[in-house]
Design a protein around this ligand. Structure first.
Ligand SMILES: [Zn+2]
Length: 215
């Protein structure tokens, strides 16, 4: 099974990806992570990408596709969750072709949806323990004892300086701009499913599971 999981910042995409990986033995392929690793390993593709990035140029689609293709071969039959790719209809088409060439297909594109005010509420009000880094939220995930870290007992917390409504709105806008080009493509192909992202992690995962198992 091969999936793309989409969701605005704060929608719990990271957590749900982890659940999916555990439940269905999937491997996550993040383009950003892949590029960093390939350049670090100084692979042929990594070197090519580095030259371009150092020159301030975009890494072309075929290079990214070649990296994804190599990774898929490495997974030896495990399914993948793609992260950060595709971003355009052209990339979505190339991806489809590459998968077809391998006798595979992209089974579902799952979009986790939460209303804008909820996104803003989730993205603001985050703070973390200054000592161990454990993350909290003023409303959704408070420490068990007020102002004391659950994990290490520290009483010092830090807040990100960009944790405000304006930044939250602009992150949400960026998400819509990134996904807008590919949603119609997958919708027309009947592969797009939208999941209600409100509720607890288990509840949302149950909804995703239903889609995945019906795919
Ligand atoms: Zn702590």
């Amino acid at each position: 099974m091969n999936l793309i999981l989409l969701g605005p910042p704060g929608a719990g995409k990271g957590t749900q990806s982890e659940r999916l990986m555990d439940a269905y033995d999937l491997v996550q392929l993040s383009t950003g992570e892949m590029l960093r690793q390939e350049t670090k390993l100084k692979s042929k593709l990594g070197d090519e990408a580095k030259v371009l990035m150092d020159a301030g140029k975009l890494v072309p689609d075929d290079l990214i596709i070649a990296m994804i293709s190599g990774r898929i071969d490495d997974t030896k039959g495990a399914g993948v969750i793609l992260d950060g790719f595709p971003r355009t209809t052209a990339q979505a088409e190339v991806l489809d072709q590459m998968l077809v060439d391998k006798g595979m297909q992209l089974d579902r594109v799952i979009q986790i949806e939460i209303p804008e005010p909820e996104v803003i509420a989730r993205l603001t009000g985050r703070f973390s323990c200054a000592k161990c880094g454990t993350g909290y939220h003023e409303v959704f995930n408070k420490p068990k004892v007020a102002e004391i870290c659950d994990k290490c007992g520290s009483k010092e917390f830090v807040r990100r300086s960009d944790d405000n409504v304006e930044t939250a709105r602009s992150r949400l806008r960026a998400y819509h701009e990134q996904t807008a080009p590919i949603l119609p493509y997958y919708e027309a192909a009947g592969r797009l499913s939208t999941v209600d992202g409100m509720g607890g992690v288990d509840q949302v995962f149950a909804r995703i599971k239903e889609i995945v198992e019906g795919a």
